[in-house]
Design a protein around this ligand. Structure first.
Ligand SMILES: [Zn+2]
Length: 370
């Protein structure tokens, strides 16, 4: 680009007047969105809605897939006394305006309004006309950014106290702004990061994508955006074979089929060390797919349940040691055992003091709100 302005920092934007208009629309949508709300002091930043547990996109037909995985994670935690039902945050449903924030075809729509381009169906238009729309509408909003993120700039003690959020669903990392794929319809990771940029006034986000599959969606969305650093550990032998997106990964760590727990965790240690040297993020988005588990029909890796807990612990410890807030999404994982493995891992994080599922005393918050 020969010319630029501070307002066009979003990936893909140019300095033409129409793109500035589009950027303004995007920003207004983010600022007026209801997805982003404070949670009460009696709740923990663990986000779940019963609408997550639906059969969708044919995924439920995949024999081993547990279509109630997300609800069962919460049930395990409640049964074990780790969590109370009343502490769980129920997200709002994303509106069309929210979703348009990350659907690049809004650029095209605007150009059409200005009669600069011939009429053509947009990705979002295709969604609207799809017979699957009723199912799609039920897809959880995913993009909720909780209380602690809103206030992190002014409430340091509060940030110290929480500094994490876990969405029990989400992590649709094959979807980018232009198209869906691999069971992913909406680019929730891109939406989350776009919200963070616009509402939190931060400028550096690290994506740690440890799902077994390459996260080609967010890589296409942020590949040219220097505010985002991507560490992706993925099996190169499985879907999506997206070589264009691979070129955008800042740190690409390939873990081939049948990789064992020990080898996987050693590679992760090294990768986190490199990431910590290369980039200083203000927020980490952790895509924690459990399809790395031994026996997963899609991931084809051989990581044990304890290995998954160690993996999650390493990432949370990495964030905590650097005092960086972290959002975790549970992403892929297609075995009945996945829910229990995730619940056990969250319990481990709690036992190690890396997350705090207990409701903090009210007085603490009354103080920091001053
Ligand atoms: Zn996956």
């Amino acid at each position: 680009m020969s010319t630029s302005s501070p307002s066009n920092a979003i990936s893909g934007a140019s300095s033409s007047p129409s793109s500035e208009d589009v950027e303004t629309i995007r920003k207004n949508r983010v600022l007026s969105s209801k997805l982003y709300f404070d949670i009460s002091d009696t709740m923990v930043p663990l986000i779940y809605s019963s609408s997550y547990d639906i059969a969708f996109f044919g995924l439920e037909k995949l024999h081993p897939f547990d279509s109630s995985k997300w609800g069962r994670i919460c049930q395990f935690l409640i049964k074990d006394g780790i969590l109370q039902q009343s502490q769980i945050v129920e997200p709002l449903e994303a509106s069309n305006d929210d979703l348009l924030v990350v659907i690049k075809s809004i650029f095209r729509t605007l150009c059409q309004k200005l009669n600069l381009l011939p009429k053509r169906k947009t990705y979002f238009g295709n969604l609207n006309s799809s017979s699957n729309v009723s199912k799609i509408i039920e897809v959880p909003p995913i993009a909720l950014l909780p209380h602690w993120l809103v206030r992190q700039k002014v409430l340091y003690p509060f940030r110290k106290q929480r500094g994490w959020a876990i969405n029990v669903g989400g992590g649709f990392h094959h979807c980018c702004a232009d198209k869906g794929g691999g069971f992913c319809v909406y680019a929730d990771i891109s939406l989350c990061i776009t919200f963070a940029f616009m509402r939190l006034d931060i400028s550096r986000v690290m994506i740690i994508d440890l799902d077994a599959h390459q996260g080609n969606g967010h890589e296409m969305d942020f590949g040219k955006d220097r505010r985002v650093y991507t560490l992706d550990m993925y099996n190169p032998d499985i879907y999506p074979f997206d070589f264009k997106a691979r070129a955008y990964i800042d740190q690409s760590v390939k873990v081939k089929s049948a990789t064992s727990t020990n080898v996987y965790l050693k590679k992760l240690d090294k990768a986190l060390e490199v990431a910590g040297i290369c980039f200083k993020p203000e927020l980490i988005v952790y895509n924690a797919g459990t399809d790395i588990l031994d026996g997963d029909p899609l991931g084809e890796l051989k990581v044990s349940p304890d290995g998954v807990a160690s993996r999650d612990e390493k990432v949370f410890r990495f964030a905590k040691e650097k005092n960086i807030p972290l959002v975790m999404l549970t992403s892929g994982g297609y075995m009945k055992s996945s829910a229990k493995v995730i619940a056990d891992s969250l319990t481990n994080l709690s036992n190690k003091g890396l997350i705090d599922l207990a409701t903090p005393p009210l007085g603490t918050f009354l103080c920091v709100h001053m």
